[in-house]
Design a protein around this ligand. Structure first.
Ligand code: GDP
Ligand code: IMO
Ligand code: MG
Length: 423
């Protein structure tokens, strides 16, 4: 059955976030008319490096340093007004035309009290804390599911908005009083009203925006946030974020059907990292883990926390290929492995005496099977063709491709836009 529905392409992370999605989107989006975020909020931190300019974006899609694309924040996101205004100001300050930024009327507002609730929830979890970014993401999605969230569309109706904020605070009053710090209604309403004029010109009918673009023949690049293994349904629950980060989340987060999706490109680091708590089967607690952290600059963009580091996990990667329906992959940060003597890929899990899948990642008796590869010492930063990689690096990339069972279309060899080797 042939389909003539116009297609949008997805770039998303297939590990625990920070795979280099922003960097890849920046390189890829010159050919696109729209770059769209579909989920998460300012828990994301996407870094772009072009020449000596370095930019960390939290909410606005990573197409800002290309002139062409419109930058769409989709209905599945949760967005702090303060965070959005600060980011728009920052972008305007470096000369970006911020009229290119559009936000769906379906996106939900994250209020400062969501962040306070997030931190209080974490404290009450004690040793079981998730290690959230403290940005209020979980509480904002909780409000959305509980049907008293406030959307960007609601910002247009000032009178009703004050009532909604009041209801929102009242329904939380028991929690706030147990925290000993209930936000004052007039403060929340006052600060919200003062920010509305700064964002309202960016608010659009999100469904019409996306479909008009598709039907008008515009090319849309969809930018994932977080990573597959942080998905609220299919990640390492409960150590996950509160949204669907997988390819299906792009459909619900933008209001498009699966028939509107073209390619699904998965981004993976050449090793693994994770920030926050939760299962990480290949985590390294030795000098190699420390070396990856130092060489890879593995410190959180949002929180500055050191990222946990470990070997590439092919069991997790194959799982991610499945749940996203990946059509191809991009490997980032291969340069960070230069200089290591030996490099490992986890090829299998065993639990309860038998071979196990990614669902067993949290089992206490988990054993890992590794395949080992020779390292290389060459500087890779000037290489632009995968075929030109030194033989040992090429063998490692081939092993990753065999493990993923989808084509690796590009390998990133540095943070800078141009440092990308293709086929
Ligand atoms: P994102 O959240 O997936 O967009 O990734 P982050 O921006 O949070 O983290 C990726 C980090 O690695 C950023 O500091 C990037 O500048 C950097 N980076 C991306 N690709 C490469 C690469 O191929 N090599 C090196 N050395 N750094 C990279
Ligand atoms: P980008 O888009 C890495 C992690 C947090 C925590 C868990 C829940 O830059 O890849 P949350 O604040 O979402 O409730 O935290 O998810 N996390 C990320 N880790 N990169 C991200 O985004 C992340 N966004 C959330 O560290 O473990
Ligand atoms: Mg990041």
């Amino acid at each position: 059955m042939a389909s003539n529905v116009p297609k949008a392409d997805i770039v998303l992370g297939i590990q625990w976030g920070d795979e280099g999605k922003g960097r890849v989107v920046d390189s890829y989006c010159a050919d696109y008319d729209v770059v769209a975020r579909f989920g998460g909020g300012d828990n994301a931190g996407h870094t772009l490096v072009v020449g000596d300019r370095k930019l960390a974006l939290r909410i606005v899609p990573s197409g800002v340093l290309q002139d062409r694309p419109e930058l769409f924040i989709g209905g599945g996101t949760v967005v702090s007004l303060e965070g959005l205004v600060a980011e728009l100001d920052m972008l305007a300050g470096i000369g970006v035309d911020i009229s290119r930024v559009k936000i769906s009327d379906r996106a939900h507002v994250v209020f400062p009290y969501h962040a306070a609730l997030d931190r209080a929830n974490e404290t009450s979890r004690g040793d079981a804390a998730i290690g959230t970014t403290g940005r209020g993401i979980g509480p904002a999605y909780t409000d959305k599911a509980a049907r008293y969230g406030i959307t960007f569309g609601d910002l247009r109706k000032r009178e009703a908005l004050a009532d909604k904020i009041r209801y929102n605070l009242v329904s939380r009053s028991a929690v706030f009083s147990s925290m000993g710090a209930a936000p004052r209604e007039e403060d929340v309403v006052g600060s919200t009203l003062s920010l509305i004029p700064r964002v309202l010109s960016h608010v659009v009918d999100g469904v019409a925006f996306v479909h008009d673009a598709l039907e008008g023949g515009k090319r849309i690049l969809i930018e994932g946030a977080q990573g597959t293994l942080l998905d609220v349904g299919y990640g390492t629950y409960p150590y996950v974020t509160s949204s669907h980060t997988i390819a299906g989340g792009a459909c619900t987060g933008l209001g498009i059907g699966p028939t509107a999706i073209g390619s699904v490109v998965g981004i993976a680091k050449a090793y693994c990292t994770r920030v926050g708590a939760g299962p990480f089967p290949t985590e390294l607690f030795d000098d190699v883990g420390d070396a990856l952290r130092e060489r890879g600059g593995e410190f959180g963009t949002v929180t500055g926390r050191p990222r946990r580091c470990g070997w590439f996990d092919a069991v997790a990667a194959r799982y991610a290929v499945r749940v996203n329906g990946l059509t191809s992959a991009v490997i980032t940060k291969l340069d960070v492995l230069s200089g290591l003597d030996k490099i490992a890929i986890a090829t299998g899990y065993r639990s309860g005496g038998r071979s196990a899948g990614f669902g067993s990642a949290n089992e206490t008796d988990l054993e890992l099977e590794y395949a080992w590869y020779d390292g290389w010492s060459e500087d890779l930063s000037a290489i632009r063709k995968i075929d030109d990689l030194p033989p040992a690096a090429r063998r490692y990339v081939d092993a990753l491709e065999a493990a993923l069972a989808v084509p690796i279309e590009a390998v990133s060899l540095g943070p800078e836009r141009a440092a990308l080797a293709i086929r």
